[in-house]
Design a protein around this ligand. Structure first.
Ligand SMILES: Cc1cc2nc3c(=O)[nH]c(=O)nc-3n(C[C@H](O)[C@H](O)[C@H](O)COP(=O)(O)O)c2cc1C
Length: 167
């Protein structure tokens, strides 16, 4: 089996965030997609070891931002290479709320507020199916693609990402 065939799949990059009981978490994901139109639902897939998965489970809700082309590596690293359990990912950036859920509004061209309607255990990760409660365009920038992250920003994929294929 040629697993590099998976590199031919296209994605964007997103930050999924949640808050519950004084805990705030956010992480970078490429695994967000719209799954139905009526009602509008999206799926996000988060590693069970990510603190964000625990907070989404407890909150039964999450915010999702589409990262835009202005995002730089410090921003992507802030959300993709550190843990919210031990580090405040929100302190360096402008924070807003949608439906009471905090999210970082910088370098994000759209935001969605979702209520979790189903959680699917897919092994190493949990897939949260979220129904849209609110959606907003934040700016006119283009969304950042995973391909651009690899080819131009020379970004890496860490172990907890769904698309990890080793060093
Ligand atoms: C480009 C990129 C894509 C990623 N995609 C995912 C993903 O789809 N699902 C996931 O669980 N983690 C993904 N990650 C890893 C998480 O962002 C990372 O483990 C993060 O530090 C978890 O933070 P937390 O412990 O605060 O939740 C990705 C990281 C990067 C850099």
């Amino acid at each position: 089996m040629d697993l590099t065939a998976l590199f031919k799949m296209s994605y964007g990059l997103y930050v999924v965030s949640a808050e519950e009981g004084g805990d705030r978490a956010a992480c970078l994901i490429n695994t967000a997609t719209q799954v139905t139109a009526e009602p509008p639902r999206v799926a996000v897939t988060v590693n069970k070891d990510n603190f964000t998965a625990e907070v989404i489970m407890r909150a039964s809700a999450f915010a999702l931002t589409a990262v835009d082309m202005t995002a730089d590596m410090p921003y992507l690293g802030n959300f993709g290479f550190r843990s919210s359990e031990t580090y405040n990912k929100f302190e360096k950036y402008q924070v807003a709320e949608i439906e009471g859920i905090p999210y970082v509004s910088e370098h994000a061209c759209a935001v969605f507020a979702c209520k979790v309607v189903e959680t699917v255990d897919v092994g190493t990760h949990l897939m949260f199916i979220g129904e849209l409660k609110a959606a907003e365009i934040l700016n006119a920038e283009e969304p950042l693609t995973y391909a651009y992250y690899h080819s131009t920003l020379k970004g890496k994929t860490p172990k907890n990402a769904s698309s990890y294929q080793g060093e």
